[in-house]
Design a protein around this ligand. Structure first.
Ligand code: ATP
Ligand code: MG
Ligand code: MG
Length: 260
């Protein structure tokens, strides 16, 4: 008997990751829409299961926050891990949307994801896969999702590294002392990509520039924002702002005034 098919009516596939696929579903008993993600491979070994379970254990331990994709439940079925989550409208993946973000929108993304990072860092968890593809939007609210690489900050050892394009040099050098600051670098790289309007290359000089803290100026955006991104991707993790410092930066007063 399948819990998935008993409890949910599958509407359509909405996403495909490296090791999982995601469906839009209707929960029969409450009549509401959800996203259900399940692994595409069978998790035979204990080690594989334990790794997959990090995602749901992090989500469950964190509790809910407006800027984090909501988590409802999880279960094993046919050796696959199923995760029932809040259904979002779309992710910010540049490669798919090729959409240019205005400075106001970018400041909203930065502020809201900084608040999500402050929340998870205060609870001892680092995300380690912050990138536009893992930032979702629902009813105009930005939400951090995909906790598949999340780990304990003070364990100083990532379970699985996220997308290399958004990883700072210290992770590529296997130095894991400031995992919270890895998320700050990744968010800086993601925001840089959003204002640049085209995906960061897999390798090459621009990535190198970013990792060396030298980023080319982008016309049409305030120096205030570009300087903030610059400290976020500083090669020295200690010099990057904490998520709390970031969320409280006066640059966001403008956003909040406009929203009020
Ligand atoms: P990755 O290869 O990025 O690690 P993954 O296997 O961890 O992928 P996710 O990133 O969680 O999987 O999801 C894959 C895709 O499914 C996303 O890029 C997105 O398009 C879609 N998706 C995932 N979760 C949701 C959600 N809650 N609401 C709407 N769409 C979602
Ligand atoms: Mg993802
Ligand atoms: Mg993932």
């Amino acid at each position: 008997l399948s819990r998935y098919h008993t409890d949910f009516h599958e509407i359509k596939q909405i996403g495909m990751g490296n090791f999982s696929c995601v469906f839009k579903v209707l929960k029969r008993i409450d009549g509401c829409l959800y996203a259900v993600k399940h692994s595409t491979r069978q998790l035979h070994q204990d080690a594989e299961r334990r790794k997959a379970l990090m995602e749901v254990q992090a989500l469950a331990a964190l509790g809910s926050h407006e800027n984090i994709v909501g988590y409802y439940s999880s279960w094993f079925e046919n050796e696959q891990l199923y995760i029932q989550m809040e259904l979002c409208d779309q992710s910010l993946s540049i490669s798919r949307s090729c959409q240019l973000f205005t400075e106001g929108e970018v400041l909203q993304v930065l502020h809201q994801i900084a608040k999500a990072l402050q929340f998870i860092h205060e609870r001892g968890i680092a995300h380690l896969d912050v990138k536009p593809d893992n930032i979702y939007i629902k009813n105009g609210v930005y939400k951090l999702g995909d906790f598949g690489c999340a780990t304990l900050i003070d364990k100083s050892l990532p379970i699985e590294e996220g997308d290399a394009r958004y990883m700072p040099q210290e992770i590529l050098n296997e130095k894991y002392d400031h995992l919270d600051k890895v998320d700050i670098f990744s968010l800086g790289a993601a925001i840089y990509e959003l204002i640049r309007g085209s995906p960061l290359p897999e390798s090459g000089s621009r990535v190198l520039n970013l990792k060396e803290g030298k980023l080319p100026l982008l016309p049409g955006h305030s120096l205030q924002l570009q300087n903030l991104i610059k400290v976020m991707v500083d090669p020295d993790p200690v010099r990057r702002p904490s998520a709390k410092e970031l969320a409280e930066n006066p640059i966001f007063d403008r956003v909040l005034r406009n929203a009020a």
